[in-house]
Write a protein that binds this ligand. Structure first.
Ligand code: ADP
Ligand code: MG
Length: 256
């Protein structure tokens, strides 16, 4: 069964793309078959984070009805697959975001997980992305504006009958006056499922076009993202990945 999980936020710049690229790689690292999808149509940058550029067919071509979704899935060297968006602004012409739900339905059965990035906020683009997923992770920074904007996305997800897996607090420890975990939980009424610390390795990894879980697997942010990936799958989190178990899981997936 394919789980379609949307990573969303009320405010931009809180870490959605970072979380999607890293969750994709961390889940692949524990033997899961994953597709990372860039459903941020106006400002797609998942492929920038992952060093995938200049591909012939993107999600935009699919949303224009020119290409089948299965022809815009690319294998990434880190062991997952990616559906990139086009960074050419001209490619927005003729794009029909309402096709996104059908596209994710067509992908069911193609992988264990589809992890989707999307635009922030309550615009049409973010709303259609929300409709295309079954499960939602809200990511926010521990400050009042991002949490208050995040609450709007939670309300929207609830009204759309989505399963809200919980809240990821990102860039924890950056400011001395930030909101505490229990404050965020009581404001949003959902549990915090990960607290990703402020970590300079994150921006370094982005500069190298790598997920931080691969750039520096034992940095504080990497460890928390890998813990979250294990939580999502129910696999016991181990500080060091057992490469033999990963290989066995991949073989099992191959023959199941
Ligand atoms: P969004 O997709 O929500 O707009 P991004 O994932 O692009 O946000 O993140 C915005 C910036 O925040 C990134 O360029 C990165 O440098 C920084 N960032 C994200 N998470 C962290 C973190 N845990 N520690 C330090 N910097 C981070
Ligand atoms: Mg982004």
């Amino acid at each position: 069964m394919t789980r379609v999980i949307l990573v969303t936020s009320g405010k931009g710049g809180v870490g959605k793309t970072t979380l999607v690229s890293n969750l994709a790689s961390a889940l692949a690292g524990i033997g899961q078959d994953v597709i990372a999808m860039d459903a941020n149509l106006t400002t797609p940058n998942l492929s920038l984070h992952l060093g995938v550029q200049l591909v012939p067919r993107t999600l935009h071509d699919v949303l224009r009805g020119e290409v089948n979704i299965k022809n815009s899935i690319y294998p990434h060297p880190l062991g997952f697959k990616i559906i990139p968006g086009s960074m050419n602004v001209n490619d927005l012409t003729g794009v029909d975001p309402s096709r996104l739900s059908q596209i994710t339905t067509d992908l069911l059965g193609q992988s264990d997980f589809i992890i989707a990035d999307c635009a922030a906020g309550l615009g049409r683009e973010a709303l259609t992305a929300m409709q295309s997923a079954e499960e939602v992770i809200l990511i926010t920074n521990p400050d009042l504006p991002s949490v208050v904007d995040g609450l709007k996305m939670i309300n929207l997800a609830e009204r759309s009958n989505k399963k809200i897996l919980g809240v990821v607090l990102n860039r924890v420890g950056r400011k001395s006056h930030e909101l505490k975990r229990y404050e965020v939980e009581s404001m949003l009424d959902y549990p915090v499922i990960a607290e990703i610390p402020e970590d300079p390795n994150v921006s370094k990894a982005i500069a190298y076009k790598l997920p931080v879980v691969d750039y520096n697997p034992f940095s504080p942010a990497s460890i928390e993202i890998k813990r979250l990936a294990c939580w999502l799958t129910g696999i016991e989190f181990r500080y060091r990945t057992n490469r033999f178990r990963v290989l066995m899981q991949k073989l099992r997936n191959l023959f199941s």
